[in-house]
Design a protein around this ligand. Structure first.
Ligand code: KIV
Length: 276
């Protein structure tokens, strides 16, 4: 069954946690979809996690569309969410044009970063019938890659709660809460009718999102994430073993090889001789 916004909203009402992972390529999309992940999310974290960029502001629409199309081919059931890259949502006209490009590539909804200042953009996208996910707290496009926790003071907590309400009132269908204190995230979750998806935002959001590289053990360990695999170590070990076996002649062996039938080989050898 293809998951849509209504399905995700029902999960919130039933208090069933929503599962979200970032995804940047076709094989990983197939695995996430098969595992039953609710939202497969092509984040602009593709820039720092896959493309070797220094930060999110380097990511372009072309980058996002390239990875979105690859992920799209692997997704059958999950809701497919894609990030608006830096400045792609600078004004309403640009946001609508770019969101429509993503929808034509197969996305179900778009996510954009920012608080109150993004309310008019969310309204404009909603008026066009485009599913829009808001994203408050730590915003890598605005605050850079080094994340600090938001919502530790009264003023900041109030600002976050007010932004979340305004974005939901403007029509946001989901909201990501990144690096926000658990208490403030819980207040936002209890206040809003739309699902909250937390990353480093504590235990009480309606769903959780992590960067796929962080659960696989690619890159450094992070406090908000959990490693379920030691990809870097296992991959490095595989590369070293391959290199060693090619170098010492133990790969390939006969089982990795295809042969020409002996009578055909004899014919080739005779033909070769006749050409000299
Ligand atoms: O791009 C990203 O990875 C994000 C996070 C919230 C998961 O936006």
């Amino acid at each position: 069954m293809k998951k849509d916004i209504a399905y995700l909203h029902t999960k919130k009402q039933k208090r069933q946690p929503i599962t979200v992972l970032t995804c940047y390529d076709y094989p990983t999309a197939c695995l996430q979809d098969e595992a039953g992940i609710d939202i497969v999310f092509v984040g602009d974290s593709v820039g720092t996690n896959v493309l070797g960029y220094k930060n999110e502001t380097e990511v372009t629409m072309e980058d996002m569309r390239h990875h979105l199309k690859a992920v799209r081919r692997g997704v059958t059931n999950a809701y497919l969410l894609v990030d608006m890259p830096y400045a792609a949502d600078r004004d309403a006209t640009r946001a609508i044009t770019n969101a429509n490009l993503f929808l034509s590539d197969g996305a179900d909804g778009v996510k954009l970063e920012g608080g109150m200042e993004k309310v008019p953009i969310v309204s404009a996208l909603t008026e066009q019938g485009i599913d829009t996910c808001a994203h408050i707290g730590h915003n890598p496009q605005i605050h850079g890659t080094k994340a600090s926790t938001h919502g530790r003071t009264f003023a900041k907590a109030k600002q976050l709660i007010e932004s979340a309400k305004a974005l939901a009132d403007a029509g946001a269908t989901l909201i990501v809460l990144e690096k926000i204190t658990e208490e403030v995230s819980q207040i936002i979750t209890d206040t809003l009718a739309i699902p909250t998806i937390g990353i480093g935002a504590g235990r009480f959001c309606d769903g959780q999102v992590l960067v796929i590289n962080d659960i696989l053990g690619i890159g450094p360990p992070l406090k908000h994430a959990k490693r379920y695999q030691d990809y870097s170590h296992l991959t490095f070990e595989a590369i070293c073993r391959y290199k060693e076996e090619v170098a010492n002649g133990t790969f390939p062996i006969d089982a990795n090889t295809s042969h020409i039938p002996p009578d055909k080989l004899t014919r080739v050898q005779k033909w070769l001789k006749s050409t000299h």
